[in-house]
Design a protein around this ligand. Structure first.
Ligand SMILES: O=C[C@H](O)[C@H](O)COP(=O)(O)O
Ligand SMILES: C=C(OP(=O)(O)O)C(=O)O
Length: 417
């Protein structure tokens, strides 16, 4: 790794990628010229930029007290630059705005439909994701009087300990962590999915990554492992779509209810501006609801748990808006249990429940999950590489059945008295 040396004149110099000795100011200048060209949309040879960046970053001494545990930094393009490269059409922008408004109307009880967040646990194969989305778009149109369907487009996976952290973090799924490529893959796929006319949901995990993709998203989850995190609550208060806070991994509602209260306020926090510069963000505050996903080895989708969640929300003077996650601890991570949970939820609504405004289902083209192995060509098409999912035919059956049974009930339901 090259390091900078002070010459007798005091100038910092370092050996460049091509072996020549270059001073620090020249390297910074090369980098600025390259990024300026990029942000202005001019094409520049990618290696020029990479070399300029690598020369600067690798030249910076890392053995200071601030960074003893950091191997290095790789600068990447700004959110603005990626958005310019993969823009949404005006039609998609208008649709996304109307999808977000629909989610808010469902929360307020002004749209009687049930919000259904359904799709793969994580997306790892672009072709399979588009295949799934096309099927879901057709199904969604057929049940749109009763269900408002939003596709799970999850690119970030929070891990209990370690494991593949999703397409953004490791797009080649081989531990090479090409995060910039991951952001590019995620954004280009989100744009393609958005153009199909399907509302999209994701989990917002990395506060910086959100800046690259959130314009495509109509409903956002904050996961069970981060619902209690102040950083995630601050970020959520500034995100453009309504938020579903999962209950904590212990199965309790309190941290999710506290999170809802936190995001209803404006916050000031550190993140990056669209041009990639570190900035203080001043948010307006946001709205959302809790998601019951079970925990601590126990489910919490049953009528008794739902009533307890309603009481906890009432005690906190929060509206009774609940989504039930049919997967995760509610299914003991066995996809075969998801239809069982869904059946229970539909029965609760048939029997007069007014607080359940949505469900979440982990579904894919094919059943179950497969381990991520070194030989990627051995992966089965349309099968999750994270949590197990129900397959497409089960998904169709579940959603058509639910729409059929709730068709006459939801329009008459007074969600908020
Ligand atoms: O939804 C996915 C998983 O439940 C979540 O990422 C945690 O997975 P893990 O417990 O296998 O790490
Ligand atoms: C990780 C997820 O859920 P949870 O945070 O509930 O574990 C998920 O929905 O993908």
């Amino acid at each position: 790794m090259p390091t900078f040396h002070a010459s007798t004149s005091g100038a910092l110099t370092a050996p460049c990628h091509d072996g020549t000795l270059v001073d620090f100011r020249t390297l910074v200048l090369r980098y600025c010229v390259a990024t300026h060209a990029l942000t202005r949309g001019r094409s520049i040879a990618r290696p020029d930029l990479q070399d300029a960046v690598a020369d600067i970053i690798e030249g910076l001494p890392m053995n200071d007290t601030n960074n003893p545990n950091v191997q290095g930094y790789t600068l990447i393009r700004s959110p603005e630059a990626l958005r310019e490269r993969y823009p949404l059409s005006q039609q998609a922008v208008d649709r996304i705005q109307s999808y977000r408004d629909t989610v808010k109307r469902i929360l307020g009880g002004d749209d009687h439909r049930l919000l259904v967040v359904v799709g793969p646990c994580s997306l790892h194969d672009t072709e399979a994701a588009l295949d799934y989305a096309k099927r879901l778009a057709a199904l969604s149109a057929a049940v749109s009087d009763t269900l408002f369907i939003v596709m799970r487009a999850y690119f970030e996976k929070p891990r209990t300990t370690v494991g593949w952290k999703g397409l953004i973090n490791d797009p080649h799924m081989d531990g090479s962590f090409a995060v910039e490529e991951g952001l590019e893959k995620a954004r280009s796929l989100l744009v393609e999915l958005s153009e199909l006319g399907l509302p999209l949901a994701t989990e917002a995990l990395d506060p910086i990554a959100t800046q690259y993709i959130q314009d495509c998203i109509s409903w956002t989850a904050i996961g069970a492992r981060t619902t209690e995190s102040q950083t995630h609550r601050e970020m959520a208060s500034g995100l453009p779509s309504p938020i579903g806070f999962k209950n904590g991994t212990d199965g309790g509602f309190t941290v999710a209810i506290n999170a809802l209260q936190a995001i209803s306020h404006a916050h000031s926090y550190l993140n990056i501006a669209p041009n990639g510069q570190v900035a203080i963000v001043r948010s307006n505050g946001n709205c959302g609801h809790i998601v019951l996903r079970g925990g601590n080895g126990k489910p919490n989708y049953d009528a008794e748990s739902v009533a307890a969640a309603e009481q906890a929300l009432a005690k906190a003077s929060m509206p009774a808006d609940l989504m039930v996650d049919c997967s995760h601890a509610n299914s003991s991570k066995d996809p075969a249990n998801q239809p069982v949970v869904l059946e229970d939820v539909v029965k609760q609504i048939e029997q007069g429940n007014r607080s359940i405004m949505g469900v979440m289902i982990e579904s894919n083209i094919n059943w179950g999950a497969q381990p991520l192995t070194c030989d990627l060509s051995a992966l089965e098409y349309g099968v999750s590489i994270t949590d197990g999912c129900i397959d497409w035919s089960t998904t169709e059956k579940c959603l058509y059945d639910m729409a059929d049974r709730l068709k006459g009930i939801l329009p008459a339901r007074q969600r908020h008295a």
